[in-house]
Ligand binder design. Structure first.
Ligand code: GDP
Ligand code: IMO
Ligand code: MG
Length: 429
C-alpha cells in the first residue's frame, strides 16, 4: 500500500505527532484533513521539542505539508505558528506548505461564540479548547463561512458578511454582546490575506499530480475516534469527523487513497475536557500515570484525565475507522507498576456490554470489567527492538492485540523520534 492514514483511536493525544514525524521520512507528502488548531501534536527530535497545532507534522522533516479543505483554518493562528516553528530553525515556504483554497476560516467571532457558550453552559460545558472550532464548522455547513479563496475577493465580501453577521449578531444579542464590528473584521482580513494567499491553492489538484507520479501520501488525523462527531461520546466530542474516511473528503482524493490505516493507541487512556470515561482512575495510580506521562494538554495546558487501557473502546474505534494496524505508544509510562489492568467489557444495569452504548447517560453509568496482569519492573524507555522489551510488557502488548482484534505494527517507547519499534512497515504492508 502506498499511502498511510494516521488516526487517533482514543480521545486524542495518543502520540499521533510523534508517529507522523517518524513516518514522514518514508512519505512524500503529509496531509492534515480535519480539525484545526484544537490539535496539539508534539515532536521531540534530538532533545528539541516542537509543538504543532495546524501545521502538518511533516513540516519539521522538510516533507511537503498540505492543509486540506476539511480543516478549519484560523489564519492568525497559522501565521503565529509558522513564525514560532521558523524560529526553531524550520524553513516554511510555498514550496513545502500548501493550504487548500476552499478551507473555511475560523474568525474572531467564532472564538467569541465558543467562549460565550461554554461559560453559559456552566457544569454542562463540553470543555472545548476555546478556539472556535465548533462555531466555524457550524458556519461551514450553514453555508455562510468565509473561506481562504474569499481572501482574494475582499472587495466583494459584503453580501457574505451580511449572511454571516445576521446569524452571529442574533446569537451575540442573546448573550448580551454587541454586534460584530464588520469594519474591523474586514480590516483584519485585509491585513492577513497576503500571508495566507501565498500558500493557497486547489490542493486536490496538487495531490492528484503527486499521486499520479507515485508519491506516498501520509494523512495526519487530529483528535481521536471517540471525539468524532458521529461515532464519539456525543455531545462531548469535537465538531469534525475524525475517522479515517475523512482523509479522502477532507483532502480531495477518493476513498481508495487512504491506504493503510494506522490507529495510534496509548498504552493506557487519557481524556481532556468533559464526558464519560469508564476506566478513569481518580487514585494514586492515575496520579502517577499522569505525572510519568506528562499528561497536560499541549493546547490548553489542562491536566488530562487518566485511566486504564480500555480494550472495548479501542476495538470499537478500530472497527469504525477500518484500522489496519496500531501503533502502541507510551508503554514506558507503565514501567514499574506491580499490576496492570485492561478493561474487557462493561456492566450496565445488570447486563454485560462488549461495546460502548450510544447514549451519554448509559456511557456515564458503564462500569468497567477488568482483567489484571502482572506489571514489569524493567525499563522499556528508549527500547528500539521488540527483543529488548521485558516478558510481561510483551504479554501486555499481545493481550491488547487479541482483545482489540487488530495487529500491533509499531511500539513507541519515549517521546524521541527514533525510540520506536517497527514490527510491520505500514508503507509496505
Ligand atoms: P497527539 O495529539 O496524538 O500528537 O499527542 P500529544 O503530542 O498531544 O501527546 C502525546 C505526548 O506524549 C507528547 O508529549 C509526546 O511527546 C509524548 N509521547 C509520544 N510517544 C511517547 C512514548 O512512547 N513515550 C512517552 N513517554 N511519551 C511519548
Ligand atoms: P489532538 O489532535 C485531545 C477535545 C476538547 C474537548 C472536545 C471539543 O492533539 O489529539 P473542540 O475545541 O474541538 O471543540 O473541543 O474535544 N479535543 C481534544 N482532546 N486532543 C485533541 O487533539 C483535541 N482536540 C479537541 O478537549 O473535550
Ligand atoms: Mg495532542
Amino acid at each position: 500500500m502506498a499511502n498511510v492514514t494516521v488516526i487517533g483511536a482514543q480521545w486524542g493525544d495518543e502520540g499521533k505527532g510523534k508517529i507522523v514525524d517518524w513516518l514522514a521520512s518514508r512519505a512524500d507528502v503529509v496531509v492534515r484533513f480535519q480539525g484545526g488548531h484544537n490539535a496539539g501534536h508534539t515532536l521531540v527530535i534530538d532533545g528539541k521539542t516542537y509543538k504543532l497545532s495546524l501545521l502538518p507534522s511533516g513540516i519539521v522533516s522538510g516533507t511537503l505539508s498540505v492543509i486540506g479543505n476539511g480543516v478549519v483554518l484560523d489564519p492568525w493562528a497559522l501565521r503565529d505558528e509558522v513564525a514560532k516553528v521558523e524560529g526553531q530553525g524550520v524553513s516554511i515556504t510555498d514550496e513545502n506548505l500548501a493550504v487548500a483554497d476552499n478551507c473555511p476560516l475560523i474568525l474572531p467571532l467564532h472564538r467569541d461564540l465558543d467562549g460565550l457558550r461554554e461559560t453559559a453552559a456552566g457544569k454542562g460545558k463540553i470543555g472545548t479548547t476555546g478556539r472556535g472550532i465548533g462555531p466555524a464548522y457550524e458556519d461551514k455547513v450553514g453555508r455562510r463561512a468565509i473561506r481562504v479563496c474569499d481572501l482574494a475577493h475582499l472587495d466583494t465580501l459584503e453580501p457574505q458578511l451580511d449572511r454571516l453577521c445576521a446569524h452571529h449578531d442574533a446569537l451575540r444579542a442573546g448573550f448580551g454582546q454587541p454586534p460584530v464590528d464588520r469594519a474591523a473584521l474586514l480590516e483584519e482580513l485585509r491585513e492577513i490575506a497576503p500571508f495566507v494567499l501565498k500558500f493557497a491553492q486547489p490542493v486536490w489538484k496538487r495531490l492528484k499530480k503527486v499521486r499520479r507520479a507515485g508519491a506516498k501520501i501520509l494523512f495526519e488525523g487530529a483528535q481521536g475516534v471517540l471525539l468524532d462527531v458521529d461515532h464519539g461520546t456525543y455531545p462531548f466530542v469535537t465538531s469534525s469527523n475524525t475517522v479515517s474516511g475523512t482523509a479522502a473528503s477532507g483532502s480531495g482524493l477518493g476513498p481508495n487513497s487512504t491506504g493503510y490505516v494506522l490507529g495510534i493507541v496509548k498504552a493506557y487512556t487519557t481524556r481532556v475536557g468533559s464526558g464519560p470515561f469508564p476506566t478513569e482512575l481518580e487514585d494514586d495510580v492515575g496520579q502517577r500515570l499522569g505525572e510519568r506521562g506528562h499528561e497536560f494538554g499541549t493546547v490548553t495546558g489542562r491536566k488530562r484525565r487518566v485511566g486504564w487501557f480500555d480494550a472495548v473502546l479501542v476495538r470499537q474505534s478500530c472497527a469504525i475507522s477500518g484500522v489496519t494496524g496500531i501503533a502502541l505508544t507510551k508503554i514506558d509510562v507503565l514501567d514499574g507498576l506491580e499490576r496492570v489492568a485492561i478493561c474487557t467489557g462493561y456492566r450496565l444495569r445488570g447486563k454485560v456490554y462488549d461495546y460502548l452504548p450510544s447514549h451519554a447517560a448509559d456511557q456515564a453509568e458503564c462500569e468497567p470489567i477488568y482483567e489484571e496482569m502482572d506489571g514489569w519492573h524493567e525499563s522499556t524507555a528508549g527500547a528500539r527492538s521488540y527483543a529488548d522489551l521485558p516478558a510481561n510488557a510483551i504479554k501486555y502488548i499481545q493481550r491488547i492485540q487479541e482483545l482489540i482484534e487488530c495487529p500491533v505494527a509499531l511500539v513507541s517507547t519515549s517521546p524521541e523520534r527514533d525510540d520506536t519499534i517497527l514490527m510491520r512497515d505500514p508503507f509496505v504492508d
